[in-house]
Design a protein around this ligand. Structure first.
Ligand code: UDP
Length: 410
């Protein structure tokens, strides 16, 4: 199992030393993270990597996954969509299902920890159904720049019970939330199977095993099939690029149990891309295998992330770490991590032509692509590795457990 010492050669003594010093102030503190899926999507990816390291440095960190029926997840996906700006019919039934599922889970989930960290809206109301004996933190991973007003008022009634909220970008700060709002950028784990260095031989075997064509440049988007990731826009960009440069498009996708929309969007996209699927120029590859994702992010000429809204978009950091240039939307957490013109290009989500032009620029200019890749890796190393994330969490936990919550009379 991984240990913090394994990161020493990557980030150096200063960072590892600081982590140990901070962790010392939290020895034997018992904290728990609660989210709504163990796999699929960025939150599960982060928790999988972070929790092991928290334990390794002496913090007793646990992880629970909210259990709920499938119609609960249909409702919470609608909430997710409305928090990112869609409209919603906020019926009594939806609210009831949301609350009852949380109440039920709370009845058999005993939280005697020193701090409780709740991820995203699905388990947010748990705070209402547990005896609050400790600080509670709400970690919001989604883009809440322009939430649906009615839903926001409903959701806010739970957020107000929390001691602290974490967001991934300064643009997500809410003026109507009087609790401290910490900005913590997500991170990638350079030693996870998804991001570790790979031998040339492993890359070759994986390419062969998964039948990945490498005769033409690959444009790849690695994402769940979610309307917010704009898979239709990705196809349009590919069509424009293909008029100028022969290339292939790969949709590397997976499904998350808390996102029931995935299957519908997948079928829709299979139809939309059918002629290219037949010609072999568009491929849908199930990305449940992390080595496969690692390889695709390395061998692609360009990684796209054409999101319309994006809480952060781990895939943008993952690709930069592998020295692959990224063309991604100037939305949500993406501009926090992608340096425009340096490590890739930022484009407006509705600017299909602009996006295609940027992809073509990279495909045509190998020197530029290489330079962007080099700068991308440096950017991620300095700002978006798990060690920085761990350090931020330790600072937050020290603050929270010392009741340093940024407002008087706590
Ligand atoms: N992912 C994967 N296989 C896939 C598609 C996505 O492993 O086929 C991973 C991706 O590498 C990243 C996470 O799922 O680690 C997606 O996180 P991101 O923040 O980009 O988006 P989210 O799904 O959380 O909205």
């Amino acid at each position: 199992m991984k240990s913090i010492d394994d990161y020493l050669p990557i980030v150096g003594e200063k960072i590892i030393g600081r982590i140990h010093q901070k962790a010392h102030r939290l020895i034997n503190k018992h904290i728990v993270h609660i989210n709504s899926t163990a796999h699929g999507g960025g939150v599960a990816e982060i928790l999988n990597n972070l929790i092991v390291l928290l334990n390794d440095i002496g913090v007793d960190a646990g992880w629970r996954v909210l259990i709920g029926p499938s119609d609960f997840f249909s409702v919470t996906k609608k909430f997710h969509n409305a928090l990112q700006g869609n409209s919603i019919n906020l019926s009594k039934n939806k609210k009831c299902l949301y609350l009852e599922t949380n109440q039920r889970f709370a009845s058999f989930t005993h939280l005697n920890h020193d701090c409780v960290i709740i991820h995203d809206p699905q388990p947010l109301p748990l705070i209402k159904y547990n005896k609050k004996r400790q600080p509670w933190v709400w970690r919001c991973h989604i883009d809440i720049t322009e939430p649906n007003k009615e839903l926001w008022e409903f959701i806010k009634s739970f957020i107000l019970r929390y001691d602290l909220m974490i967001i991934s970008s300064k643009h997500f700060k809410k003026d109507d939330i009087p609790i401290k709002q910490y900005i913590i950028y997500p991170s990638i784990d350079p030693l996870s199977t998804k991001n570790m260095d790979l031998k040339e031989k492993t890359i070759k075997t994986t390419v062969k095993k998964f039948n990945i064509p490498t005769d033409k440049p690959l444009i790849t988007q690695v994402s769940r099939f979610d309307p917010w990731k704009d898979p239709e826009g990705v196809l349009k960009v590919f069509e424009l690029v293909k008029e100028k440069i022969d290339c292939r498009l790969i949709y590397c996708y997976n499904m998350a149990p808390d996102d029931p929309e995935g299957v519908t969007v997948y079928s829709r996209m299979k139809k939309a891309a059918s002629k290219y699927i037949q010609s072999g120029d568009v491929k849908f590859i199930l990305g449940d295998n992390h080595i496969l994702v690692n390889v695709l992010q390395r061998i692609s000429a360009v990684i796209l992330q054409k999101s319309i809204r994006e809480g952060f978009g781990l895939t943008v950091s993952e690709a930069q770490w592998k020295e692959t240039p990224v063309v991604a939307s100037n939305r949500g957490g993406i501009p926090e991590q992608l340096i425009d013109n340096e490590t890739g290009f930022l484009v407006e989500p509705d600017d299909i032509n602009g996006c295609a032009e940027k992809v073509i620029t990279i495909l045509k200019d190998k020197k530029l692509a290489k330079e962007m890749g080099r700068k991308g890796k440096k950017n991620i190393k300095e700002n978006f590795l798990i060690t920085r994330h761990l350090d931020d969490y330790l600072t937050l936990l020290i603050d929270v457990l010392n009741h340093n919550l940024g407002y008087p009379n706590y």
